[in-house]
Design a protein around this ligand. Structure first.
Ligand SMILES: Cc1cc2nc3c(=O)[nH]c(=O)nc-3n(C[C@H](O)[C@H](O)[C@H](O)COP(=O)(O)OP(=O)(O)OC[C@H]3O[C@@H](n4cnc5c(N)ncnc54)[C@H](O)[C@@H]3O)c2cc1C
Length: 488
């Protein structure tokens, strides 16, 4: 081994969790090292997951002109023949810039970046093995954060050839745009890619062994999404399992347990992810994983070895970039005794399908299950001036409001800017706000944000109809209130 360096904190993995742990500790004046494989600075998030998939989506939306077709007609395109190079150009540009931003942030904050595979020698020592032996070194740390993320789960017996049969980390590098594709798994990643390829004109078949998809979302929103995807030539095979994938130079044949066979140019597997812990020699530090390679932590992201923390996807649910970042920050704060609030329970979910979905708080089924009385209010984008201007007639925003104290309990959005708009609801809910705030607030006009006010008024009309009944209102008052509530 070449050198041995002592640190206050060693972080293994430079994805969102590792980065934020390293930066938080550096801001506290600590001496910090981050260990990362050479080609992956920024993690799965920057190189193969979040950033490339969201950039690909943006490129597809722009080049297909899809969002403008309501205004200019079904044949509208920005570019008629979209090539893989068109798509790669944008994704690699964004990835390069993001990696540069991350490297710069680490450098500015005096975090040492060690390139190579990190593994434990003992509970305070990490060995870094780069490509060349001269680059090997050992680091010692008072504290260590494991933020090594996940890799796609690959079922046995499937021949992943990086050309026609790919996993969700490889799909962004696909070097042709298939005319047909099978997506195995209707989780968030599978459905996002299904919608992106469908927008490119690819006939996508989604095979999912469960009977439904995105069951944690509002069912009305999921129904709207399914309708849209079917309309873009996506076929759903729910309750079906893949038993075999055959590959030939000309294409693939996917066989299902029901006997159906699907011929397609490509197959993408999105069948869950497993913790990336195999190269870490965890035993040397006194640690182990569960059967999906995940590391168990307590509420402060501490493993069972007190000075070793773990954050991000490698600890499991919710496995989002957003949450990983905050876990990293909180782990570093805890290690160095910096006071901090616990992680907030109120976290939005964003699903970057085309069209996109986002929500925060409870769903109607959760409230019904828990016998929480609530009223709902809906705003349809087609009734907003902004919806007309943008050419989004299908979008909708739904508010769920407690009929006990009028607090906002949930916000569910489908359509343009859903993943941005949700934060208005998140802020109101985070401050314990009621629907009255949204009724009284005056939003810019014309905006999609106006949907909050429209939906809030819808809730209030329904609440009023019930109140008039309780107050023993006249027949005319009843009729007027009910008709106002029903009119939406
Ligand atoms: C296709 C896709 C789309 C996604 N979209 C979204 C989204 O829209 N929004 C969202 O919030 N989340 C999204 N996610 C999830 C998000 O990418 C992850 O939650 C996030 O990347 C997890 O961050 P992390 O810190 O756990 O590390 P990761 O980003 O997983 O990075 C871990 C890093 O550790 C490194 N590493 C592993 N082992 C070692 C070792 N032994 N030595 C050195 N380095 C090592 C790896 O090389 C990797 O760079 C998406 C994921 C995928 C796959």
């Amino acid at each position: 081994m070449a050198t041995e360096t002592e640190y206050d904190l060693i972080v293994i993995g430079s994805g969102p969790g590792g980065q934020k742990a390293a930066l938080a500790a550096a801001k506290l004046g600590k001496k910090v090292a981050i260990v990362e494989h050479g080609h992956m600075v920024g993690g799965v998030c920057t190189n193969t997951g979040t950033i490339p998939s969201k950039t690909l989506r943006e490129a597809v939306l722009h080049l297909t002109g899809m969002n403008q077709r309501e205004l200019y007609g079904a044949s509208y395109r920005v570019k008629e023949h979209i090539t893989p190079a068109d798509l790669h150009q944008r994704t690699s540009h964004v990835i390069d810039r993001e990696v540069d931003v991350i490297r710069n942030q680490l450098m500015r904050n005096h975090v040492d970046l060690h390139i190579g595979n990190g593994s434990f020698v003992d509970a305070h020592t990490v060995k870094v093995e780069g490509v060349h032996e001269a680059e090997h070194r050992t680091l010692t740390g008072d504290f260590i954060v494991i933020a090594t993320g996940t890799t796609p789960r690959r079922p046995d017996g499937v021949d992943f050839d990086q050309e026609r049969v790919l996993d969700s980390d490889e799909i962004v590098n696909l070097d042709f745009i298939p005319t047909s594709m099978v997506v195995v798994g209707a989780g968030v990643i599978g459905i996002e890619y299904a919608s992106i390829f469908a927008a490119l004109g690819c006939h996508v078949t989604v095979v999912e062994k469960r009977d439904t998809m995105l069951e944690f979302c509002d069912p009305e929103v999921v129904e709207a999404l399914r309708f849209h995807l079917r309309d873009s030539a996506v076929t759903f095979r729910f309750g079906e399992e893949v038993t075999d994938v055959d590959v030939s130079p000309s294409g693939t044949l996917t066989t299902l347990a029901s006997g159906k066979q699907i011929a397609a140019e490509a197959v993408m597997y999105s069948a869950g992810r497993v913790g990336r812990t195999d190269g870490l020699d965890l035993e040397a530090a006194g640690l182990a994983t569960d059967d999906r390679g995940r590391i168990e932590v307590d509420d402060h992201f501490r493993t069972k070895v007190e000075h070793i923390y773990s954050v991000g996807d490698v600890i499991g649910f919710p496995a989002l970039a957003a949450t990983s970042m905050d876990q990293g920050r909180l782990a570093a704060y805890h290690a160095f005794g910096e006071p901090a609030n616990d992680m907030t329970a109120l976290q939005p979910i964003g699903i970057y399908t085309i069209p996109e979905v986002s929500f925060v708080g409870a769903t109607e089924s959760e409230l019904t299950r828990d016998a929480v009385p609530y009223e709902f209010g809906v705003s349809r984008y087609r009734e907003l001036a902004r919806g007309q201007i943008a050419g989004d007639s299908y979008g909708m925003l739904k508010l769920l409001v407690s009929t006990d104290d009028r607090k906002l309990l949930g916000v569910h959005i489908f359509g343009t800017a859903a993943t941005e708009l949700v934060h208005i609801g998140q802020a109101v809910m985070g401050c314990g706000g009621t629907v009255d705030y949204l009724v009284d607030a005056v939003p810019n006009y014309p905006t999609f944000s106006e949907a909050y006010k429209v939906a809030a008024l819808d809730v209030m009309n329904k609440i009023r109809a019930v109140r008039i009944f309780h107050d023993g209102g006249t027949t005319e008052e009843h009729a007027a209130a009910q008709s106002a509530a029903a009119a939406g």
